[in-house]
Design a binder for this molecule. Structure first.
Ligand code: AKG
Ligand code: FE2
Length: 305
Protein backbone atom coordinates (compact mmCIF):
# COMPACT_ATOMS: atom_id res chain seq x y z
CA UNK A 1 0.00 0.00 0.00
CA UNK A 2 1.33 3.47 -0.91
CA UNK A 3 0.54 6.89 0.44
CA UNK A 4 -1.98 8.33 -2.04
CA UNK A 5 -0.96 11.42 -4.02
CA UNK A 6 -4.01 13.59 -4.58
CA UNK A 7 -4.89 16.72 -6.53
CA UNK A 8 -6.92 19.39 -4.73
CA UNK A 9 -8.38 20.86 -7.93
CA UNK A 10 -9.78 17.46 -8.87
CA UNK A 11 -11.15 16.94 -5.37
CA UNK A 12 -12.88 20.31 -5.44
CA UNK A 13 -14.71 19.37 -8.63
CA UNK A 14 -15.92 16.19 -6.91
CA UNK A 15 -14.05 13.91 -9.34
CA UNK A 16 -15.32 10.44 -8.42
CA UNK A 17 -12.10 8.47 -8.60
CA UNK A 18 -10.15 11.20 -6.76
CA UNK A 19 -12.81 11.25 -4.01
CA UNK A 20 -12.57 7.46 -3.70
CA UNK A 21 -8.78 7.70 -3.31
CA UNK A 22 -9.29 10.39 -0.68
CA UNK A 23 -11.58 8.10 1.28
CA UNK A 24 -9.01 5.33 1.19
CA UNK A 25 -6.21 7.68 2.26
CA UNK A 26 -8.24 9.09 5.13
CA UNK A 27 -9.75 5.85 6.39
CA UNK A 28 -7.02 3.26 5.80
CA UNK A 29 -3.67 5.06 5.99
CA UNK A 30 -4.32 8.42 7.59
CA UNK A 31 -1.74 10.09 5.35
CA UNK A 32 -1.77 11.56 1.86
CA UNK A 33 0.02 14.14 -0.23
CA UNK A 34 -1.76 16.90 -2.09
CA UNK A 35 -0.75 19.00 -5.09
CA UNK A 36 -2.42 21.87 -6.93
CA UNK A 37 -3.41 23.83 -3.83
CA UNK A 38 -2.77 27.26 -5.34
CA UNK A 39 0.30 27.68 -3.10
CA UNK A 40 3.38 27.57 -5.33
CA UNK A 41 6.80 26.07 -4.68
CA UNK A 42 8.28 29.59 -4.65
CA UNK A 43 5.76 30.76 -2.06
CA UNK A 44 6.41 27.82 0.27
CA UNK A 45 10.18 28.09 -0.13
CA UNK A 46 9.94 31.73 1.05
CA UNK A 47 7.93 30.75 4.12
CA UNK A 48 10.37 27.99 5.03
CA UNK A 49 13.30 30.37 4.50
CA UNK A 50 11.68 32.86 6.90
CA UNK A 51 11.50 30.13 9.53
CA UNK A 52 15.07 29.05 8.79
CA UNK A 53 16.36 32.62 9.21
CA UNK A 54 14.53 32.90 12.54
CA UNK A 55 15.89 29.60 13.88
CA UNK A 56 19.43 30.57 12.84
CA UNK A 57 19.32 33.68 15.04
CA UNK A 58 21.53 33.57 18.14
CA UNK A 59 19.62 32.12 21.06
CA UNK A 60 19.66 35.49 22.86
CA UNK A 61 17.45 36.89 20.09
CA UNK A 62 14.94 34.04 20.31
CA UNK A 63 14.71 34.06 24.09
CA UNK A 64 12.53 37.21 24.30
CA UNK A 65 9.75 35.22 22.58
CA UNK A 66 10.36 31.97 24.48
CA UNK A 67 6.93 30.44 25.15
CA UNK A 68 8.31 29.04 28.43
CA UNK A 69 8.04 32.57 29.84
CA UNK A 70 4.29 32.49 29.23
CA UNK A 71 1.39 30.27 30.22
CA UNK A 72 0.62 29.46 26.60
CA UNK A 73 2.21 27.93 23.50
CA UNK A 74 2.94 30.98 21.35
CA UNK A 75 6.45 31.90 20.23
CA UNK A 76 9.71 29.97 20.34
CA UNK A 77 10.12 26.58 21.99
CA UNK A 78 13.78 25.62 22.43
CA UNK A 79 15.36 22.16 22.12
CA UNK A 80 13.80 19.77 24.63
CA UNK A 81 10.75 21.96 25.25
CA UNK A 82 8.27 19.32 24.16
CA UNK A 83 7.89 15.62 24.88
CA UNK A 84 5.29 14.19 22.53
CA UNK A 85 5.81 10.59 23.62
CA UNK A 86 6.16 9.66 27.30
CA UNK A 87 8.35 6.64 26.39
CA UNK A 88 10.91 8.84 24.62
CA UNK A 89 13.04 11.77 25.75
CA UNK A 90 11.95 15.34 24.98
CA UNK A 91 12.37 16.11 21.26
CA UNK A 92 15.58 17.76 20.08
CA UNK A 93 13.75 20.01 17.58
CA UNK A 94 13.04 23.71 18.08
CA UNK A 95 9.63 25.17 17.23
CA UNK A 96 7.93 28.47 16.59
CA UNK A 97 4.16 28.44 17.13
CA UNK A 98 1.53 31.02 16.26
CA UNK A 99 -2.21 30.68 16.41
CA UNK A 100 -5.61 32.19 15.84
CA UNK A 101 -6.18 35.48 17.57
CA UNK A 102 -9.78 36.35 18.38
CA UNK A 103 -10.78 39.96 17.73
CA UNK A 104 -11.04 41.71 21.12
CA UNK A 105 -14.81 42.16 20.74
CA UNK A 106 -15.41 38.46 19.98
CA UNK A 107 -17.74 36.88 22.57
CA UNK A 108 -15.13 34.19 23.33
CA UNK A 109 -12.30 36.68 23.93
CA UNK A 110 -13.33 37.41 27.53
CA UNK A 111 -12.85 33.73 28.42
CA UNK A 112 -9.05 34.11 28.02
CA UNK A 113 -8.70 30.61 26.59
CA UNK A 114 -5.09 29.47 26.13
CA UNK A 115 -5.89 28.00 22.73
CA UNK A 116 -6.59 31.53 21.46
CA UNK A 117 -3.66 33.17 23.28
CA UNK A 118 -1.97 36.21 21.70
CA UNK A 119 1.00 35.59 19.40
CA UNK A 120 4.54 36.69 20.14
CA UNK A 121 6.79 38.01 17.35
CA UNK A 122 10.56 38.53 17.47
CA UNK A 123 11.79 42.13 17.04
CA UNK A 124 15.05 40.89 15.58
CA UNK A 125 13.59 39.18 12.49
CA UNK A 126 12.27 41.88 10.15
CA UNK A 127 9.62 40.62 7.75
CA UNK A 128 9.12 37.37 9.64
CA UNK A 129 5.79 38.33 11.14
CA UNK A 130 4.26 39.52 7.85
CA UNK A 131 5.46 36.41 5.98
CA UNK A 132 4.14 34.00 8.58
CA UNK A 133 0.84 35.81 9.21
CA UNK A 134 0.12 35.77 5.48
CA UNK A 135 0.98 32.09 5.25
CA UNK A 136 -1.22 31.37 8.26
CA UNK A 137 -4.26 32.68 6.36
CA UNK A 138 -3.29 30.87 3.15
CA UNK A 139 -2.68 27.53 4.85
CA UNK A 140 -5.92 27.84 6.83
CA UNK A 141 -7.84 28.28 3.59
CA UNK A 142 -6.22 25.21 1.97
CA UNK A 143 -6.84 23.16 5.12
CA UNK A 144 -10.49 24.18 5.14
CA UNK A 145 -10.87 23.20 1.49
CA UNK A 146 -9.44 19.73 2.15
CA UNK A 147 -11.69 19.26 5.18
CA UNK A 148 -14.71 20.23 3.11
CA UNK A 149 -13.79 17.52 0.57
CA UNK A 150 -13.46 14.99 3.40
CA UNK A 151 -16.82 16.00 4.84
CA UNK A 152 -18.35 15.56 1.39
CA UNK A 153 -16.75 12.14 0.88
CA UNK A 154 -18.17 10.91 4.21
CA UNK A 155 -21.57 12.69 3.94
CA UNK A 156 -20.81 14.57 7.16
CA UNK A 157 -22.93 17.61 6.29
CA UNK A 158 -20.55 20.05 4.70
CA UNK A 159 -22.10 23.27 6.04
CA UNK A 160 -22.42 22.27 9.69
CA UNK A 161 -18.94 20.74 9.60
CA UNK A 162 -17.48 23.96 8.22
CA UNK A 163 -19.37 26.02 10.82
CA UNK A 164 -17.79 23.94 13.60
CA UNK A 165 -14.39 25.33 12.54
CA UNK A 166 -15.25 28.95 13.27
CA UNK A 167 -13.34 30.34 15.08
CA UNK A 168 -10.71 27.65 14.46
CA UNK A 169 -8.15 26.58 17.02
CA UNK A 170 -5.50 26.54 14.31
CA UNK A 171 -1.84 26.50 15.21
CA UNK A 172 0.90 27.11 12.66
CA UNK A 173 4.28 25.73 13.64
CA UNK A 174 7.74 25.97 12.22
CA UNK A 175 9.86 22.95 13.14
CA UNK A 176 13.66 23.18 13.07
CA UNK A 177 15.55 19.89 13.21
CA UNK A 178 19.30 20.29 13.54
CA UNK A 179 21.42 17.37 12.37
CA UNK A 180 20.90 14.46 14.74
CA UNK A 181 23.19 15.22 17.69
CA UNK A 182 26.18 12.94 18.47
CA UNK A 183 24.80 12.26 21.91
CA UNK A 184 21.39 11.05 20.65
CA UNK A 185 20.43 7.57 21.79
CA UNK A 186 17.53 5.25 21.05
CA UNK A 187 15.11 7.43 23.02
CA UNK A 188 16.07 10.66 21.26
CA UNK A 189 14.23 11.95 18.23
CA UNK A 190 13.69 15.11 16.22
CA UNK A 191 10.09 14.40 17.11
CA UNK A 192 9.25 11.07 18.72
CA UNK A 193 6.44 8.83 17.46
CA UNK A 194 3.10 10.51 18.08
CA UNK A 195 -0.32 11.11 16.68
CA UNK A 196 -1.37 14.71 16.16
CA UNK A 197 -3.95 15.93 18.66
CA UNK A 198 -6.49 17.68 16.50
CA UNK A 199 -8.25 17.24 13.17
CA UNK A 200 -6.18 17.96 10.06
CA UNK A 201 -2.47 18.71 9.68
CA UNK A 202 -1.27 20.44 6.50
CA UNK A 203 2.48 20.00 6.40
CA UNK A 204 4.99 21.82 4.21
CA UNK A 205 8.61 20.66 4.16
CA UNK A 206 11.89 21.81 2.67
CA UNK A 207 12.83 18.71 0.68
CA UNK A 208 15.25 17.21 3.21
CA UNK A 209 14.16 13.67 4.19
CA UNK A 210 13.03 12.96 7.72
CA UNK A 211 9.34 12.21 8.20
CA UNK A 212 8.35 8.59 8.54
CA UNK A 213 4.88 7.18 8.93
CA UNK A 214 3.66 3.97 10.52
CA UNK A 215 1.89 2.04 7.78
CA UNK A 216 -1.05 -0.32 8.43
CA UNK A 217 1.36 -3.30 8.22
CA UNK A 218 3.45 -1.85 11.07
CA UNK A 219 6.45 -0.79 8.97
CA UNK A 220 7.83 2.77 8.95
CA UNK A 221 7.62 4.47 5.55
CA UNK A 222 9.49 7.66 4.60
CA UNK A 223 7.26 10.37 3.19
CA UNK A 224 8.38 13.38 1.20
CA UNK A 225 6.73 16.33 -0.45
CA UNK A 226 8.78 19.04 -2.19
CA UNK A 227 7.81 22.67 -1.47
CA UNK A 228 4.52 23.31 -3.30
CA UNK A 229 3.14 19.89 -2.41
CA UNK A 230 1.93 19.08 1.08
CA UNK A 231 1.64 16.08 3.32
CA UNK A 232 -1.71 15.82 5.07
CA UNK A 233 -2.56 13.69 8.07
CA UNK A 234 -5.25 13.52 10.71
CA UNK A 235 -5.36 13.82 14.47
CA UNK A 236 -6.95 12.08 17.41
CA UNK A 237 -9.84 14.50 17.64
CA UNK A 238 -11.08 13.79 14.13
CA UNK A 239 -10.69 10.05 14.70
CA UNK A 240 -12.90 10.27 17.80
CA UNK A 241 -15.37 12.69 16.21
CA UNK A 242 -15.90 10.45 13.15
CA UNK A 243 -16.18 7.25 15.20
CA UNK A 244 -12.90 5.95 13.72
CA UNK A 245 -13.75 6.58 10.07
CA UNK A 246 -10.77 8.91 9.87
CA UNK A 247 -7.47 7.47 11.03
CA UNK A 248 -4.92 9.26 13.26
CA UNK A 249 -1.61 7.66 12.28
CA UNK A 250 1.67 7.54 14.19
CA UNK A 251 4.61 9.39 12.68
CA UNK A 252 8.07 10.59 13.73
CA UNK A 253 11.31 12.26 12.67
CA UNK A 254 14.45 10.39 13.77
CA UNK A 255 16.79 13.05 12.40
CA UNK A 256 19.72 12.68 10.03
CA UNK A 257 22.91 14.23 8.75
CA UNK A 258 21.69 17.74 7.98
CA UNK A 259 19.20 20.30 9.21
CA UNK A 260 15.56 20.24 8.17
CA UNK A 261 12.63 22.67 8.32
CA UNK A 262 8.96 21.75 8.23
CA UNK A 263 5.83 23.81 8.79
CA UNK A 264 2.64 22.07 9.90
CA UNK A 265 -0.68 23.87 10.23
CA UNK A 266 -2.76 22.04 12.83
CA UNK A 267 -6.39 22.74 12.04
CA UNK A 268 -8.98 22.25 14.76
CA UNK A 269 -12.60 23.28 15.31
CA UNK A 270 -13.72 25.98 17.70
CA UNK A 271 -13.23 25.44 21.43
CA UNK A 272 -16.90 24.66 22.11
CA UNK A 273 -17.38 22.05 19.37
CA UNK A 274 -18.57 18.71 20.71
CA UNK A 275 -16.28 16.10 19.15
CA UNK A 276 -17.84 13.09 20.90
CA UNK A 277 -18.35 10.03 18.66
CA UNK A 278 -21.48 10.06 16.50
CA UNK A 279 -24.57 8.76 18.28
CA UNK A 280 -22.99 9.03 21.72
CA UNK A 281 -24.62 11.06 24.44
CA UNK A 282 -21.29 12.27 25.81
CA UNK A 283 -19.93 15.76 25.47
CA UNK A 284 -16.25 16.10 24.60
CA UNK A 285 -15.26 19.67 23.93
CA UNK A 286 -12.59 20.13 21.28
CA UNK A 287 -10.95 22.85 23.36
CA UNK A 288 -10.70 20.65 26.43
CA UNK A 289 -9.09 17.82 24.45
CA UNK A 290 -6.53 20.18 22.93
CA UNK A 291 -5.77 21.93 26.22
CA UNK A 292 -5.20 18.58 27.92
CA UNK A 293 -2.85 17.36 25.16
CA UNK A 294 -0.88 20.63 25.20
CA UNK A 295 -0.58 20.23 28.98
CA UNK A 296 0.77 16.71 28.56
CA UNK A 297 3.42 17.51 25.98
CA UNK A 298 4.83 21.04 26.37
CA UNK A 299 7.19 20.82 29.34
CA UNK A 300 6.39 24.35 30.55
CA UNK A 301 2.65 23.58 30.55
CA UNK A 302 2.91 20.21 32.26
CA UNK A 303 0.63 20.05 35.24
CA UNK A 304 1.72 18.23 38.39
CA UNK A 305 0.41 14.72 38.96
O1 AKG B 1 8.55 17.57 10.54
C1 AKG B 1 7.71 16.75 10.14
O2 AKG B 1 7.74 16.30 8.99
C2 AKG B 1 6.62 16.25 11.05
C3 AKG B 1 6.28 17.21 12.17
C4 AKG B 1 5.20 16.69 13.06
O3 AKG B 1 4.84 15.55 13.05
C5 AKG B 1 4.55 17.62 13.98
O4 AKG B 1 5.02 18.78 14.11
O5 AKG B 1 3.53 17.22 14.59
FE1 FE2 C 1 2.89 15.35 13.98
Amino acid sequence: MNIPELDLEKLKTGDQSEMARLKLAVGEIGFLTVANTGLSAVRIARVLQAYRDFFHLPEAQKRPVDMARTGANRGWGGPGSEQVNPDANPDFKEVFDCGYELPSDHPMAARQLGVYAPNQWPDSAPGFRAEIETYYREALEVGRQVLTCIAASFDLGVDSFAAAFDPPMALLRGNYYPARPDWAGHKDFGIAAHTDYGCLTLLAMDGAPGLSVRMPDGTWRDVQAPPGKFVINFGEMLEIWTGGRVKATLHRVVGGGGERISAPLFLNPSYDTNVAPPGSDQVRLAGEHLTRRFGETYLHLKTAG
